[in-house]
Design a binder for this molecule. Structure first.
Ligand code: ATP
Ligand code: MG
Length: 421
């Protein structure tokens, strides 16, 4: 027989958004459903300030948890023990005490508290009474085992939670940390300049985690040999990132013809910065067509020559949309740690042919100005370069369904691009 399992989902930041709470909660529930696509969910209920997901078959609970750790907006999760409802003549505390003890006995902690929430107002005991009773019982049991543990109601190391709902009675203490942030697809659209390196994929993740929905733009060049270009890396990155927002477009822009043009006309030292300006303009064109409200880059202050404050200013001066640089103050090590956590690190680490070193100057300018770049662009027909990029780009579409990332723009796609890791 199939036994159900219950997963409790906590969110905290949504509380700050008083006026928008209903909207955020609606989006969070929608995201939970989409993340669990293909796993039978009996219901999602919402007693007070958390959600309880009932999974029809407990055999799927680990898969479900794994998928839920990629739903932003979740602060933490727990698998709950479900208690039998006490029979009329039983002491309802007996079952609760026993379950609470089972839940915490093998955990290591120096202090604890019991927290009860009762949304079933017909239950014979109130929350405070249950907390006191169960807390006292656990304390005695722990003492009996010679464990040095105190009750701490303010900042307990372990909280044993008891939920008395009209449906199941739940007990849980072991928390699984969620990603935090805000529910997916609640903030609006952005376009992300995705290079294939470590940084821009992490920058993308940070913005998705705050509820933005991204389209990705990748510029590629060179690589006469198959696999030598960076396109496969960009594709794998988008497959890895799409679970955070469920759908994504990847715009692939052939960049070499444009670079050739710039290299032929413009001073050597400014080339990289002019490539960046052109990328930005093209990304903005794509953003403006699709309702995007800004452009994300993986820039991090001082990391490479193009990322001095002067050069960031000189490049960014042509921007019409806001530029978001979520990694600007992060160190490489912090960035790589996030990359490992979200699974983009090993993808970005593969060798690939970066379009920027092509026609790379011997000594790139460290301190350009907007005026100097404007002058360097004077002999270029910038609008027609942007037009050419838009004409020659191709678009790949992805979605995350049934726990897998897949292309949706090709016929007979086999769902082979698994991203569960
Ligand atoms: P990354 O690790 O993201 O490549 P980086 O530190 O190597 O960043 P640069 O190569 O100078 O820095 O690129 C700065 C930013 O410009 C990138 O983070 C990315 O947003 C954008 N960018 C660079 N190259 C490309 C490209 N080929 N396609 C799209 N965006 C790019
Ligand atoms: Mg790079």
């Amino acid at each position: 027989m199939m036994a159900p399992a219950h997963i409790v989902v906590h969110y905290h930041e949504l509380w700050l958004k008083r006026g928008n709470r209903r909207f955020f909660l609606h989006k969070l529930r929608e995201a939970l459903r989409r993340a669990l696509d293909g796993i039978a969910v009996t219901r999602i209920s919402k007693p007070a300030d958390r959600l309880i997901i009932e999974i029809a078959d407990a055999a799927h609970v680990n898969e479900a948890l794994q998928r839920l750790t990629r739903v932003s907006g979740i602060s933490h999760l727990a698998i709950a023990r479900v208690l039998r409802r006490p029979a009329l003549n039983d002491d309802p505390l007996d079952t609760i005490r026993a379950a609470a003890w089972e839940e915490i006995r093998s955990e290591q902690f120096a202090s604890f508290a019991v927290r009860v929430r009762r949304s079933d107002k017909d239950f014979p005991l109130n929350a405070v009474a249950i907390e006191r009773e169960v807390g006292g019982y656990l304390f005695d049991k722990l003492q009996g085992e010679g464990r040095d543990v105190r009750v701490d109601l303010k900042a307990p190391a372990l909280t044993c939670r008891i939920e008395i709902t009209r449906g199941p009675l739940l007990v849980y203490a072991r928390r699984i940390i969620g990603p935090g942030g805000l529910p997916p697809n609640t903030a609006g659209r952005l376009v992300c300049l995705l290079s294939g390196g470590f940084d821009s994929a992490v920058a993308a993740y940070k913005m998705m985690k705050r509820g933005a929905h991204l389209s990705f733009v990748h510029f590629w060049g060179g690589g006469a040999e198959a696999g030598e270009s960076s396109v496969h890396v960009a594709r794998e990155l988008v497959e890895r990132l799409v679970p955070w927002q469920f759908t994504a477009k990847l715009y692939l822009v052939p960049f070499e013809p444009l670079q050739r043009e710039i290299a032929a006309q413009a001073p050597d030292a400014f080339r990289i910065l002019l490539y960046r300006r052109l990328m930005l303009r093209i990304a903005e064109r794509i953003a403006l067509r699709g309702g995007g409200k800004g452009v994300i880059t993986g820039d991090s202050l001082g990391q490479v020559a193009s990322q001095t404050l002067q050069n960031l200013q000189a490049v960014g001066a042509i921007a019409r949309l806001p530029l978001y640089r979520p990694l600007i103050g992060d160190d490489k090590l912090e960035i790589q740690e996030i990359a490992r956590r979200i699974g983009t690190h090993d993808i970005s680490e593969q060798p690939f042919h970066d379009c920027c070193p092509v026609f790379q100057p011997k000594s790139p300018a460290l301190f350009a100005t907007a005026e100097a770049l404007d002058a360097a662009e004077a002999t270029l027909d910038v609008p027609s370069l942007v037009d050419r990029a838009i004409r020659t780009l191709s678009v790949l579409r992805y979605r995350y369904a049934q726990g897998k990332a897949e292309r949706t723009d090709v016929e007979h796609t086999k769902a082979k691009h698994t991203t569960t890791s």
